[in-house]
Design a protein around this ligand. Structure first.
Ligand code: FE2
Length: 409
């Protein structure tokens, strides 16, 4: 556990409440998500970390059950007709420090139904916890951000939350949440609720512990605008940069840049399509999502083998890595020694990448909804702060085989 000598300066690394409740510690988080120390005094828009990923789906009641039964998440809070919310159901689910809020319309006129009609099941809000909502909004406004909701208090018997929201790519927003005066299960208007699911005695405590990154797909030619938005409006800095051949395949290509909050808890890779012989996976996403949106969420785990085994047993389908990926003599040279054998990885389709800081293990699910849009990544980091650059080609070739079976390549 972290002990206090750094608290006197602004070079602080603190656990968030969610991380503390999930019994994570700073060393684990450094490993899991690449958390770093930084000087928040020079940050015009300090971000503590993720607050929640809010989804609009076609059937929140069933999706909430799916995330509990399959992804091992715990139901912790609820809002819906029984609590006076006649517009929609909202189920708040947690796994480690990760919080999902799954919303589905009850009222046919609900804005959630409109979002789902336009985009399919998707992310409406990547909400961030900040220490000072008003300071962030003041800075964002000066930098020309579109303010969707002005700073305001919401209160109930558990205290007061200060919130505001700014527009991000497409119909995605960032709600900013200042919750240090609040002790309720999520937000005012929500009641504590636990699930009725009975887990087997040998089920692991959780499948994943933290959210590593959320990728946004934006239109051709707009990636740099959004990188600039996160730099200028939110004070994010640029991490790795992937352009051109690194991630081109014979048929399609994309460009990707990564921005991160000062402490690196929040990382946003941003993709745009690049010209290829055929339609790229980013183009396919933009067509079916009807515009920019969140493409994948990377869930950090400290045991990707167990996580993959559990998810596969529960019926989750992953992208297949081609056998040639594992038999490639260059692979062993490229990745060096990792904690498990290549055979263990191959039998599960787990990819490996290495950079100067270490290595990472990763795997991608197939799209989680009806449209070929949103999916999950599982990631186990061992020092590497990258995103699997070396795997992009192998991965995209696998994705393209899937795309071809849907007739969209
Ligand atoms: Fe990723």
């Amino acid at each position: 556990m972290y002990s206090g000598d750094r608290t006197e300066s602004t070079m602080t690394l603190h656990l968030t409440d969610a991380e503390r409740l999930a019994e994570l510690d700073l060393d684990q988080l450094e490993q899991l998500i690449g958390l770093v120390e930084y000087d928040s005094a020079t940050d015009p828009f300090p971000v503590t970390g993720w607050d929640a990923v809010v989804w609009a789906v076609g059937n929140a009641t069933q999706a909430a059950q799916f995330y509990q039964a399959v992804y091992g998440m715990e139901l912790v809070a609820y809002s819906g007709p029984e609590t006076g919310n006649r517009d929609h159901h909202a189920y708040v689910l947690e796994s480690g420090a990760v919080r999902f809020v799954i919303k589905g319309a009850v009222d046919p006129a609900s804005a959630i139904a409109d979002h789902q009609r336009a985009h399919g099941d998707g992310v409406t809000d990547i909400a961030l916890e900040v220490p000072d909502v008003d300071a962030c909004i003041e800075h964002a406004r000066r930098q020309g951000a579109r303010i969707l909701s002005e700073p305001h208090d919401e209160s109930d018997e558990h205290g007061t939350v200060r919130m505001a929201a700014i527009a991000a790519y497409g119909d995605t927003r960032h709600t900013l949440v200042e919750r240090r005066r609040y002790s309720g299960p999520y937000l005012p208007g929500y009641v504590a609720r636990s699930g009725s699911l009975v887990r087997s005695a040998d089920a692991p405590k959780r499948v994943f512990q933290a959210l590593d990154h959320v990728v946004g797909n934006v239109e051709l030619g707009r990636m740099d605008d959004w990188v600039e938005f996160y730099n200028r409006v939110m004070g994010f800095t640029n991490l790795a940069e992937f352009i051109g051949d690194d991630i081109a395949t014979e048929y399609s290509a994309l460009m990707s840049k990564v921005v991160a909050s000062g402490n690196h808890r929040v990382k946003f890779p941003l993709n745009e399509p690049a010209p290829g012989k055929k339609k790229s996976q980013i183009d396919e996403y933009l067509e079916f999502y009807q515009g920019p949106g969140a493409q994948h969420l990377a869930l950090a785990t400290n045991d990707i083998l167990a996580a993959v085994d559990q998810l596969r047993a529960a019926g989750v389908e992953f992208l297949d890595a081609p056998d040639s990926y594992y038999t490639d003599p260059e692979l062993r040279e490229r990745i060096g020694a990792v904690r498990v054998s290549i055979e263990e990885l191959q039998s599960r389709g787990i990819l490996v990448d290495r950079d100067e800081d270490g290595y990472l293990l990763q795997i991608f699910t197939k799209p989680i909804g009806d449209r070929p849009t949103v999916f999950f990544e599982l990631i186990e980091r061992h020092g590497s702060l990258g995103f699997g650059k070396g795997n992009f080609r192998a991965l995209f070739e696998a994705i393209e085989r899937e795309q071809a079976t849907r007739g969209n390549l």
